[in-house]
Design a protein around this ligand. Sequence first.
Ligand code: 5AD
Ligand code: SF4
Length: 465
Amino acid sequence: MLSIQDRTQRNIRKLYIESYGCQMNFSDSEIVISLLKEDGFEPTNKFEEADLLFINTCSIREKAEKNVKNRLKIFNLLKKKKPKMIIGMLGCMAERLKLKLLEEEKLVDLIVGPDSYRDIPHLVKLVESKNAINVTFSNSKEETYADIKPVRENGVTAFISITRGCDNMCSFCIVPFTRGRERSRDPKSIIEECEELWKKSYKEITLLGQNVDSYIWYGGGVKKDFHKASNLKKYTSINFAKLLEFIAKAVPAMRIRFSTSNPCDMSVEVLETISRNTNICQHIHLPVQSGSTRVLQRMNRRSTRVEYLSLIRMIRTILPDCSISHDIITGFCGERDQDHNDTLSLMEYVKYDFGYMFAYSSRPGTFAEKNLKDDVPEKIKKRRLSEIIDLQRKHSSERIQRHVGKVQEVLIEGESKKSKFHWYGRNSQSAVVVFPKDNYHLGDLVKVKINDCTAATLIGEVLKH
Ligand code: 5AD
Ligand code: SF4
């Protein structure tokens, strides 16, 4: 550990990044750390120590933006004591608000949108030298940061971005505006990253994208030696199912997860790939948003209720043990009681393992904000939200019981929040399992006998060999 004096002499400066929102933002922060480490910055977990302080932001709902603004006010109190400290904003809010942020509130020195992170080291220098405010954003059609090795801390599980952006244009969603057009990353760089992680003893990867199932790589075909572990001929294109298969073969003992799946792109080929490869986890996050076709059409979703349900049946047939989770929005423009009841009945039919539920929040610039009326009163949005949350709770506590009595493979991810004598990990279906530590270690893949469960947690013990 270097003393402050040593650090100053060697010109090592401290970088603090606070990330909000989706997993992609957390993964992007690891890319930003990598870019800045090369420039002499060292990450810190304490914002008080920072010479350079970034907040990686989310714009998905209004509340997310309010949280960021409150946080920035706190950081600015620190800046009064440390005027040389640079405060920067990254992520979706940076892209959405651009100059407005600087002009109106003057809370940041630097604003960088999600496709411009390569410019950060240069921009930091500009801010330092000219004491000027700098802004950079522009959605790229190509940027995937494929060549950058993210700086990860966890050592057991890692996120790997495989696509960026989204072309779907759901009418409520700001993501296509803040993260730009969809692009897929070179499969070779993805597989190499997986192999490197395995060598570094990582045990689980999660492939990330706004819409992983629409992954497609043309890239002029893939050479025969594309991956040693697979005896592949030349492919003219690689879709998500093929990518999954390649990864599963390249790192056969690595656990593989992926998120998020859009129902309109999920294919039988992907489901069969999961069923063939035991290292691909049995969990699909499949946002439905609403159970009413009328609302889905207003949301510009590409699948109807009937289509979504037939996909669910397909999943249940091909992967009977797979867990399914959802995202649902309540109180979207024009949602009637009947539509809400359709959502409840769809949930009853599917019986999701878990889910994420939100009240609709109108986002500036989206199709819905410009063309549809946000006409469901806040009180009704909230009531409907609490009804779906209650129903999900009921289903979650029913679904979790199917694991009791089984022996399941669990990856140890950390200490249980409630007891220092217990580990927690997840089974293949992504349910949390808690069990006594014994002599096992972080990162061990253990066979756990599931003895009991609470509403959301499985309780077990490791089976000794
Ligand atoms: N209001 C509420 N929820 C939203 N989501 C996306 N946009 C909005 C919005 N404007 C939800 C969707 C999406 C998840 C990531 O966030 O359910 O799947
Ligand atoms: Fe947003 Fe729809 Fe794209 Fe998901 S698929 S990021 S909800 S536009």
